[in-house]
Design a protein around this ligand. Structure first.
Ligand SMILES: Cc1ncc(COP(=O)(O)O)c(C=O)c1O
Length: 341
């Protein structure tokens, strides 16, 4: 580490911390400039920017991990780059080429290397790339100019005192329309989720689960994470739908379930009236890797999976394998790890 920073690594949460440098690139007249690292964490944009009025923006979230040997590595940044291309296409923003995306992430991590938490703390450096439509415009149409930026901040481990299951309630609200923008990582999906999340927390749950918007019979997303369940005959099941955000953690767990744990993996409908088929369930995403689901409340009934207090054995193995890969303790499938050097 090149420089000392005054951070209590073991008490980090998920709050904004200004790190030293961020990357910023501008798109104008049909092309992206080379981009550069800047100190300023404030953006000055036109008041009529489409990002402010029409939600023309998207973002990504990934992490840099410090290994036992002190190296720094990214986990599958190519997958985040591809998803950002898909998000940009969906809302008519210029794509960020994959190498530009990955290089920007690497540059930002390197420039803030001393903020990458030490191995063993469970803390990581969270990387937030985003694209916004800016410039002079007032009609509902794509912006004349764009900004692609990447910043980072250290974040604590999701589970401080070890992995514990949490409970969820099924929402009456939808996070996305059947063929809307649910599969894109665009801000509007998250604005719409704030109120249902508040209602769930007020009822004493960690968050809410969204059902498929067309029929309200199938599980789609668990807050801002994907769902998986382990059936009584040891199959890893996860919902398939065009309105779910394709979670990189979920696709990584599907690979781990099949190749490391020897489970059958199936992407298919998960009926909210058939939760009995699962002996374990979890929510997965970059933030927590896996949040074990204790129970789910639906129309006054409460369904408990493995336990409300203990993590199921398969969920635990999935978590330990993926966490081990991310921190360099378990051998990764080819291409999953990109070293920052
Ligand atoms: C709505 C939603 N679903 C799922 C996920 C999990 O995706 P990932 O595993 O790529 O972090 C996220 C987080 O990015 C999300 O915001």
């Amino acid at each position: 580490m090149s420089k000392n920073v005054n951070i209590d690594w073991s008490n980090l949460g998920f709050s904004y911390i200004k790190t030293d440098l961020r990357y910023i690139s501008h798109w104008k007249d049909g092309k992206w400039d080379d981009g550069k690292l800047v100190e300023d964490n404030m953006l000055s944009i036109n008041e009529a920017s489409t990002a402010l009025h029409y939600g023309q923006q998207c973002f990504e979230g990934l992490k840099a991990y410090r290994t036992k040997e002190g190296k720094i590595q990214l986990f599958r940044p190519d997958q985040n780059a591809k998803r950002m291309v898909d998000s940009c296409r969906r809302i008519l923003m210029p794509e960020i080429p994959e190498d530009k995306f990955i290089n920007a992430c690497i540059e930002v991590v390197k420039a803030n290397e001393h903020y990458v938490p030490p191995y063993g703390t469970g803390a990581t450096l969270y990387i937030r790339p985003f694209v916004i439509g800016v410039g002079e415009n007032i009609g509902v149409k794509p912006a004349p100019e764009y900004i692609f930026s990447v910043f980072c901040l250290p974040v604590g481990p999701y589970f401080k005192g070890g992995m514990t299951p949490v409970n969820f309630t099924i929402s009456d609200y939808d996070r996305a329309a059947p063929y809307g923008t649910g599969a894109a990582k665009v801000g509007g999906n998250y604005a719409g989720s704030l109120y249902p999340h508040k209602l769930a927390v007020e009822k004493g749950f960690a968050d809410c689960i969204y059902l498929d918007p067309a029929t309200h019979t199938k599980i789609e997303e668990v807050g801002a994470a994907n769902f998986f369940g382990i059936t009584k005959d040891d199959k890893f099941i996860t919902p398939k739908s065009p309105s779910i955000l394709p979670s990189i953690t979920k696709y990584s767990l599907m690979h781990i379930a099949e190749k490391y744990l020897d489970l059958e993996v199936v992407e298919r409908d998960v009926l909210v009236d058939n939760l009995d088929e699962f002996k374990e369930a979890g929510a997965c995403g970059t933030a927590a890797v896996i949040t074990p689901i204790g129970g789910i409340e639906h129309k006054g009934n409460f369904h408990v999976f493995h336990s409300e207090t203990e993590v199921g054995p398969i969920t635990k193995k999935l978590y330990e394998t993926l966490y081990g890969i991310q921190f360099g303790d378990v051998e990764a499938p080819e291409g999953w790890i990109v070293e920052v050097k």
